[in-house]
Design a protein around this ligand. Structure first.
Ligand code: COA
Ligand code: AMP
Length: 629
């Protein structure tokens, strides 16, 4: 079928289109309500279907003859470990872990926070929570205790599942002190912590609150799947918005399973039995959708990789894994490819490996810059597909659909809307802009299955963040344009969200931390372009009057403050002390103008600026510090 036919069907008859896709899964009771709309035009999918996502992803395959097939490969260059689970073994491990959680009192609807490194137990934990109809909230292991505390207070988990440590390139990160600190900071106190002890660090357990995972598991019996409705929540995943407080994106079971199952063939062109590898972390949406749920719902083999694209041990890591396990589709972030390119510019390490089974390379998390795309394509001789998506959607909004109709690749574009997504470029009045002109990228409601319909516990926040600005549309927060051929070019965020090494961060949140420094009167955090990480945050700071502090000292103090409050993944390094910040007459800081100046891009000085003289003043400071030429 052509892309056009497939896409048009999804637009003309969404219910028929998605009913057909839903038939590919084993429901306990097939939904009667395929799509229900509310007054705002939001779509609720498969609300009355009865199901269990873990059943669809595991038990279903065992029942249908896939029991002996490898479901999950664990490859950990940082611990020199390789092991695998068949579908039967993974199902058993998940059922037992669900039994362990049941013994600790977890029931349908309870929240369970998972703060873990990239080990199989993380995936098992997610599926075990899903098996019980409970709601998991995975928190990326790189977040510092205050970030974890915010999530504990918001999700109010019954318990936390964690490990004694994670392993970074140069250090072992002990999780237990971070968990203890987070619980100390949080108002909500989870009843229990279950800790998976790893040999690289042993956690000391707090009596009555902390339990050893392996001991509890040894005493647990496997339990069956709890039936949930299609509209019941599967997970909450927090993501950065424009304010300091992250948003808990709520994913419902039914639409999620259907969309991911569809995407595995339509977008990634893999068949059940194929090896699919998303080199990400279960703490991010890519990890949820394409390390855990998508590949398993489709009957593929997935890979849990505990390592980096470089230095574990070298820049051939991605290709070694693809070769060793016969990966058919590889998916990672542009930063990873840029890091590999930097270390191995001639792709010598890539060429050492047999990549015969690898058909397509996928990239997302940030825009794939054309030079990196060209390097990858030229050296691998494979199609390189950039696809655009967000935590909120859970799967790709635009892509080059390899399993429907592979299309010409245009560098810089994530190709065309995925069936189900009505992508429009609008101006601030909600009017479509002409082809080729930039504007806000908006998605006409209803959204297809899997996309968020709620922010956990905050209906107003959901509506304000996504639906109010352009009525009838979901506002993506990204800007871009659609060309004459219908190709979508996503050019970057139009709000205060930045993307550091494929990790989404809020400049507002970083500003809040900087503002707590006793010497700081005011600050603006902007995204500075970075060759490796895409963007890194930079703080432009005004000191309180009468305060003197050397810029170097302030820089160091802010770095450690931000690492301790948000986490090292912020990659915060640059601080510049200024005398004034450019503002509009109503007092709004002109962050975009500042960012363009720092990045050497053409900038506009709005007529509403309070004092135009501040701009040359700032340029002079930035020049003197050799930040700009
Ligand atoms: N737990 C604790 N700390 C973590 C962490 C985790 N799970 N993940 C990252 N960090 C720390 C790192 O150790 C590093 O700390 P440091 O400043 O003390 O060295 C800091 O956070 C920054 O990490 P990172 O951005 O990963 O930088 P890096 O220099 O260690 O590695 C790359 C560079 C390019 C290899 C790495 O950024 C990468 O693999 N990027 C791909 C990202 C990706 O897969 N994104 C998924 C979204 S699709
Ligand atoms: P996250 O929710 O962490 O996945 O981040 C989503 C944001 O990352 C999007 O809103 C975009 O700004 C950016 N992003 C993700 N994929 C792409 C892509 N392929 N091209 C451009 N930007 C992307």
């Amino acid at each position: 079928m052509s892309y056009r036919t497939e896409y048009d069907q999804s637009m003309k008859d969404p219910e028929g289109f998605w009913r057909k896709q839903a038939e590919a899964l084993e429901w306990f009771k097939f939904p009667k309500q395929i799509l229900s709309l509310d007054n705002d035009g939001l779509g609720y999918w498969f609300a009355d279907g009865e199901m269990n996502t873990a059943y669809m992803a595991l038990d279903h395959h065992v029942k249908n003859g896939r029991g002996k097939q490898t479901a999950l490969i664990y490859d950990s260059p940082v611990t020199n470990t390789k092991l695998s689970y068949t579908y039967a073994e993974l199902t058993d491990a998940v059922a037992r872990t669900a039994g362990m959680l049941t013994n600790m009192g977890v029931v349908k609807g309870d929240r369970v926070i998972i703060y873990m490194p990239m080990i199989p137990e993380s995936v098992i934990a997610m599926l075990a929570v899903a098996r019980l109809g409970a709601i998991h909230s995975v928190v990326f292991g790189g977040f510092a205790p205050p970030e974890l505390a915010v999530r504990i207070d918001d999700a109010k988990p019954k318990l936390i599942l964690t490990a004694s440590c994670g392993i970074e390139i140069k250090r072992v990160v002990e999780y237990k002190p971070l968990i203890d600190r987070a619980i100390e900071l949080a108002k909500h106190k989870p009843q229990y912590c279950i800790i998976y002890q790893r040999p690289q660090a042993t956690a000391t357990l707090m009596e009555g609150r902390d339990y050893d995972w392996k001991t509890l598991l040894a005493n647990a019996q496997p339990v069956g799947c709890t039936t949930v409705k299609g509209s019941d929540p599967l997970y909450i995943l927090y993501t950065s918005g424009t304010t300091g407080k992250p948003k808990g994106v709520l994913r419902e079971n039914g639409g999620h399973a259907v969309a991911l199952k569809y995407s595995m063939k339509a977008i990634y062109n893999v068949e059940p039995g194929d090896v699919y590898w998303a080199s990400s972390d279960v703490g991010w949406v890519v990890g949820h959708s394409y390390i855990v749920y998508g590949p398993l719902l489709h009957g593929c083999t997935t890979i849990v990789y505990e390592g980096k694209p470089i230095m574990t041990p070298d820049a051939g890591a991605l290709w070694r894994v693809c070769d060793e396990y016969g990966v058919k589709a590889l998916f990672t972030a542009p930063t990873a490819f840029r890091a590999v390119k930097k270390e191995d510019p001639n792709a010598t390490l890539m060429k050492k490996h047999n990549l015969g089974k690898l058909k397509v390379i996928y990239s997302a998390g940030e825009r794939l810059d054309p030079p990196t795309e060209a390097w990858l394509t030229d050296n691998s001789n494979k199609p390189v597909v950039d696809h655009w998506w967000q935590t909120e959607t859970g799967w790709a909004i635009t892509a080059n659909l390899q399993g429907v109709e592979p299309m010409q690749i245009k560098p810089g574009s994530s190709t065309v809307p995925v069936p189900g997504f009505n992508v429009q470029i609008l101006d601030e009045n909600g009017q479509q802009v002409p082809r080729g002109s930039q504007g806000y990228i908006a998605l006409k409601l209803p959204l297809p299955p899997a996309c968020l319909n709620h922010v956990w516990g905050d209906e107003n926040k959901f509506r304000e963040s996504y639906l109010t600005f352009l009525p009838g549309y979901y506002t993506s927060g990204d800007g871009g344009y659609i060309d004459e051929d219908g190709y979508v070019f996503v050019m970057g965020r139009v709000d205060d969200v930045i993307n550091v090494a494929g990790h989404r961060l809020s400049t507002g949140e970083i500003e809040e931390v900087i503002a707590t420094h006793p010497a700081v009167a005011e600050c603006a955090v902007i995204a500075r372009d970075d060759d490796l990480k895409g963007q890194v945050p930079m703080g432009l700071v005004l000191l309180k009057s009468g305060v003197t502090i050397a810029e170097e000292d302030l820089k160091k103090e802010l770095i450690s403050r931000i690492r301790e409050t948000i986490g090292a993944i912020t990659c915060y390094k640059d601080t510049v002390i200024l005398a004034r910040l450019p503002k509009t007459r109503s007092g709004k800081t002109l962050r975009k103008t500042l960012a363009n100046i720092v990045n050497g891009k053409p900038y506009m000085v709005p007529s509403t600026i309070d004092d135009p003289g501040v701009i040359p003043e700032i340029i002079e400071v930035l020049r003197s510090k050799q930040i700009i030429a």
